[in-house]
Design a protein around this ligand. Sequence first.
Ligand code: NDP
Length: 392
Amino acid sequence: MIALLGSTGSIGQSTLSICESFPDRYRPIAFAAGRNVDAAFAQCSRWRPELISLATEELAADLTARLKAAGITGIEVLHGPAGSVKVATHPAVDFVVSAIVGVAGLEATYAAVNASKTVGLANKECLVAAGELILEAARKNNVALLPIDSEHNAVHQCLRGGTAAEVKQIWLTASGGPFRSTPLADFEKITPAQALKHPTWVMGQRITVDSATMLNKGLEVIEACRLFSLPPERVRVTIHPQSTIHSMVEFIDGSILAQISVTDMRLPILYALAYPERVAVENKSPLTFDLAALSQLNFEQPDFARFPCLRLAYEAAALGGAHCIALNAADEVAVEAFLAGQIPFLGIPRTIEAVLADTPASHPASIKDVLVADQAARNVARSILARHGQPA
Ligand code: NDP
C-alpha cells in the first residue's frame, strides 16, 4: 500500500503510471497534493484513495464539494502540513513516495521515517535541508531510504557491486542543461522560456530551472554525501550530454560501474518500489533500453565559471547545516523571482551567494530548527531582492 506525497506532480503521475501497470503489486491509498484541485479530483475519481490532503483549507473544501457533487464518498479530505503528515503515516501504508517539491515535503517525509515506513525519496530538498536528522531517524527506526532521483538511484544500484570500504568515489552525471554551450556573454539574457526547455528530461518548473543553472546537480551532490555517507570531495560531477549513464561508482581497484537506462523516471520509481527485487517489464516496454541505438558516450568536466551555482553547492556541502538549508531556500526564492521576470538568469547565483555570505554557521537539531533556518534564509533572500531588485 502506497502513500504518495506530491501526487499531482510529475513524479506523482509517473508513480501512478507504475501503479497502473502493476495493479496487483502496488495500490496507492493516500495522496498529498498542493493546489491543483482538478488533478486531485481526477485522481480521487480514478483511484478512490482513503485519504487526500491539499495545501489549504479552502482548496480542501473545494475538493470536498466537488466529490460530493459527483457522488464520490468515503474519501477523507485534509489540508496543510498536518494533512500531509497524516497521509505519510497512514497505518495501512508500507511505502511512502516523497515527491512534494521543496521543504513543504519535509515534515511529512520525516514523519514517514519515524513511523517506520519505507521511503522512496524523490524530494532532494528534504535531504539537503535536513539530511542529518532524516538519516539519523532512518537508522534509529531501521527504515530504508530508497533514492528515486535518477542519479542516486543509479548509484544505489551500482553500490550493490561492492562494499562501502571498496568505494573510491562516486560520479554523478549531469546533462549540462540547455546552456552547456551557450556563450557566457549571453547568460545574462537567458529567458524563463529558454531555461524551462530541458534537453533530456521533462520535469517540474523549479527542478528544470535548477538543471539549467546546475544548482540541481549541486543539491544532488549534497544529497549523495548524505545518502551514501561520503565527503563532498568523493562525490564528483561529470557532464554527460546524452544522459544515458545515470551515474557511476568508482571502486578502489579502478573498476567503474555505470547504470544505463532510458531517461524515464518510471524506472527508478519501479526500482525503489520493488527493492530488493527487480520487476520484469515487457520486451516492448518504453522502459527497455535500445543498446543498438547507442552511438556515443561523452564526458566533460563542469565549468564552475559557467555554473557558479555548482561551486556554491560544493561550498555549502563542505560547511553543512545552515549553509545547505540557505542554499536551497535562497535558490527557491531566486528561481521564483526569475520565473516572474524580476531578476535575470545570473541573478539566481548572485542571490544565493549573497544569502550564503549572510548565513552564520550552525547545525539545526530538530525539524523545527530547520524550518526556522529555512524561513530566515528566505527572508534574507527576499530582502536582498527587494532592496536591489537583484544583488549587484
Ligand atoms: P512538480 O512541481 O511537478 O510537483 C510537485 C508536487 O508537490 C505537486 O504534486 C504539488 O501539488 C505538490 N506540492 C507543492 N506544494 C505543496 C504543499 N504545500 N503541500 C502538498 N503538496 C505540495 O515537481 P516534480 O514532481 O518534478 O518534483 C517533485 C520532487 O522530486 C522535487 O523535489 C524534485 O526535485 C524531485 N525530483 C523530480 C524529478 C523529475 O523528473 N520530475 C527527478 C528527480 C527528483 P500541486 O501540483 O497540486 O500544487
